[in-house]
Write a protein that binds this ligand. Structure first.
Ligand code: ZN
Ligand code: ZN
Length: 236
C-alpha cells in the first residue's frame, strides 16, 4: 500500500525519515510503516458515509443520520480515535513531528472511495495566525500535501481565514464551543461547487459544521469533511 509513498513526500520528509517504522520503531525498508504495522492498522470497515458509525448491512447511512443528517455531504475518515493512531496524532500536533502528516495524507488519498466524485479543492481548516506562527505549521495543511500530489486536487490555504483566536476547544461543552466559534472565520469570494474541508481530527463536529455552513452560504453545493479520525461517533 505504501510502496510509492516516497515520491509523495516533500523533500524535508525525506531527510527526516530514518528508515524506522513510525509505529513500532523497528527498521523497515518500506516508507514510514513496516509491512506488519501497515496490515494491522485499525482502519474502518463498512461505515456510515456521514458520521463514520460502523454498519452491518448494505446501507451506507446510519439510522441517526437518516433522521438527522449532519450538514456536510460526506465524511472521509480513516479510523476511530484509538491506539496507535492517537500517538502519531499527538506527535503531529504537539511535538513538531511532520512525518505522521505524510502518512495520514497518503492514506486519505489511497483510501478515498473510487465511486465518490473528487472535490475540486481541499481547504485545510485554518489556525489563527498566532497559533500557526507559534506551532510553525498548520497540521491540516501538512496532511493535504500528499493528497494534492496523489489525487491531483489543488489545496487552497487562503480561502478561509480564522479571524479570531478562539479558546482551545478541548474541554468546552458543545454550546460553549459554538459560542467560541461564532464569527471566528471568514471566507473569500470563490466559485467552487464541491469542496473538501480537511481537519486533523473531528471531535464534536462543531468547528467543521460552522465552516460547512459558511461554505454552503457562499454558494458551494457539496462540502465533504476529511479527517484522520473522529473521536465521538453518533449515539455516544
Ligand atoms: Zn511497524
Ligand atoms: Zn451516520
Amino acid at each position: 500500500m505504501f510502496a510509492t509513498l516516497r515520491q509523495f513526500m516533500p523533500s524535508r520528509f525525506h531527510s527526516a525519515w530514518q528508515g524506522i517504522c513510525l509505529f513500532c520503531r523497528q527498521p523497515t525498508a518500506q516508507p514510514l510503516l513496516c509491512r506488519y504495522c501497515a496490515e494491522e492498522l485499525p482502519l474502518l470497515d463498512h461505515h456510515c458515509r456521514l458520521c463514520g458509525t460502523p454498519l452491518a448491512g448494505g446501507n451506507d447511512i446510519c439510522s441517526h443520520c437518516l433522521l438527522q443528517p449532519p450538514e456536510w455531504d460526506f465524511l472521509h475518515i480513516l479510523a476511530d480515535f484509538q491506539f496507535p493512531l492517537t500517538g502519531l496524532i499527538h506527535q503531529l500536533k504537539y511535538q513538531h513531528k511532520l512525518l505522521p502528516a505524510a502518512l495520514f495524507g497518503r492514506m486519505l488519498a489511497e483510501l478515498y472511495p473510487a465511486d465518490e466524485p473528487k472535490p475540486e479543492v481541499i481547504l485545510p481548516v485554518p489556525l489563527h495566525w498566532r497559533r500557526q506562527w507559534s506551532r510553525g505549521y498548520n497540521q491540516a495543511q501538512e496532511i493535504a500535501r500528499p493528497i494534492t500530489q496523489q489525487l491531483n486536487i489543488p489545496c487552497n490555504n487562503r480561502l478561509l481565514m480564522r479571524t479570531r483566536a478562539t479558546k482551545v476547544q478541548a474541554g468546552l461543552s458543545r454550546e460553549l464551543r459554538q459560542t467560541n466559534l461564532n464569527n471566528a472565520f471568514i471566507i473569500k469570494p470563490h466559485t467552487y461547487q464541491h469542496i473538501a474541508l480537511l481537519d486533523d481530527v473531528v471531535t464534536t463536529g462543531v468547528t467543521v459544521t460552522t465552516l460547512v455552513r459558511l461554505l454552503k452560504e457562499s454558494g458551494c453545493r457539496r462540502v465533504d469533511v476529511w479527517a484522520i479520525c473522529r473521536t465521538q461517533l453518533r449515539g455516544e
